[in-house]
Design a protein around this ligand. Structure first.
Ligand code: FE2
Length: 364
């Protein structure tokens, strides 16, 4: 058993400004990696750039990260900045910019890199230092080494094999202010699935159970907000970001399982938001899990059982009609992935996988 969480985490109001010196300690020149819009609207970009100015740290900005960033985007950034003398990378935003920041930090460190490098575990995994400033509440990427990238050649998303843990995560719930209810729900369901999948996982241990239990109990406090039963407060935003970080620590300790594996095809083919695609398979996965493993997790997160979770998913996302051909492709991709078939804590054969993909939970 091991507990490896090498990220220095600060979770507090105005933490970017409070930790200016910690950021500046990584070097003289930063590359900021972010998406096209939200970081410029929620105050996170301004806080980071002001902090860099205050510490006389130069910076360049790569703000072309798309949703579900591709390997091509990572290499476009490499070509643009490899001769700029970048010392460290700051990822600001949701999972997409943070995951891209990790991959960019890796390829900037290795000028000889080609796209195969990302998927070759015999290569050196060292990267430039990464600082993450999350502005959504689902990915947990700020505390994991994972970078999930779109592979257009394979028509799906695949994690790069190298683990690039950020050196520093600066978590501030205020960056959720102004986020749409849809984004909050998508992110929060992603975090919930990380919490479940990390425990219903072949690699679970007591340290994962510890962080997941804490995350689930925080998550349950926000459930009424997700259902639209009350407005979100400043404290809720902090709690949800913390639940998401604890969920990230949980998957860093074990991993994700079938709902994530099954979600990637739907996201690639149907442009379904990550949380929504994962949420589609989550109730069936929890129903398939042994009761002694699943029930406690459901209870911690405020659900009576898998049916109650299914009702919640329906309420927040509405009914979803996924074409049969998509489910077929999803089933095929995961059935042929031996590692994913063994990722759950219980045995999954083709029949059970079929149940999870096609069963009544998904056709409710
Ligand atoms: Fe996820």
């Amino acid at each position: 058993m091991k507990f490896y969480m090498p990220v220095r985490v600060f979770d507090e109001k105005d933490c970017v400004k409070a930790h200016a010196k910690d950021i500046a300690a990584f070097g003289k020149k930063a590359l900021i990696v972010t998406g096209r819009k939200s970081a410029f609207e929620n105050g996170s970009f301004d806080d980071v750039t002001q902090t860099l100015k205050d510490t006389d740290t130069e910076y360049l900005v790569f703000s072309a990260v798309e949703e579900n960033p591709s390997v091509e985007t990572v290499f476009a950034a490499k070509e643009r900045y490899e001769n700029e003398g970048i010392d460290f990378v700051i990822g600001i935003g949701g999972g997409s910019p943070m995951d891209a920041a990790k991959a960019i930090a890796l390829v900037l460190k290795h000028p000889e890199t080609d796209p195969e490098y990302l998927y070759d575990n015999t290569k050196d995994p060292s990267a430039l230092p990464v600082v993450c400033v999350p502005t959504t509440c689902g990915t947990g990427s700020e505390v994991t080494g994972v970078s999930v990238l779109t592979r257009h050649d394979k028509k799906t998303k695949i994690s790069m094999v190298h683990k690039v843990f950020p050196k520093l995560a600066l978590i501030d719930g205020k960056y959720l202010t102004g986020a749409s209810h849809t984004l909050i729900v998508n992110s929060a369901v992603d975090a919930l699935s990380h919490l479940y999948e990390s425990v219903i996982n072949a690699k679970v241990d007591d340290y994962v159970r510890m962080s997941a239990a804490a995350g689930l109990k925080l998550w349950a406090m926000i459930k009424p907000v997700l259902l639209g039963e009350r407005d979100m407060t400043e404290e809720d935003r902090s709690i949800l970001m913390r639940a998401s970080a604890l969920a990230g620590m949980s998957i860093a300790g074990s991993g994700t399982s079938l709902p994530h594996a099954l979600s990637y095809v739907l996201t690639y083919d149907l442009s379904l938001a990550h949380g929504r695609a994962v949420g589609y398979f989550l109730p069936a996965f929890m129903a398939a899990a042994p009761a002694e493993q699943g029930n406690e997790l459901l209870r911690y997160s405020g659900f009576e059982d898998a049916d109650d979770l299914a009702a919640f998913i329906d309420k927040v996302f509405g009914k979803q009609d996924i074409p049969e051909a998509e489910l077929d492709r999803t089933y095929d991709v995961v059935r042929n992935n031996a590692a994913k078939m063994k990722s759950a804590s219980f045995e999954v054969d083709e029949k059970l996988l079929k149940d999870i993909v096609y069963d009544t939970y998904n056709r409710r």
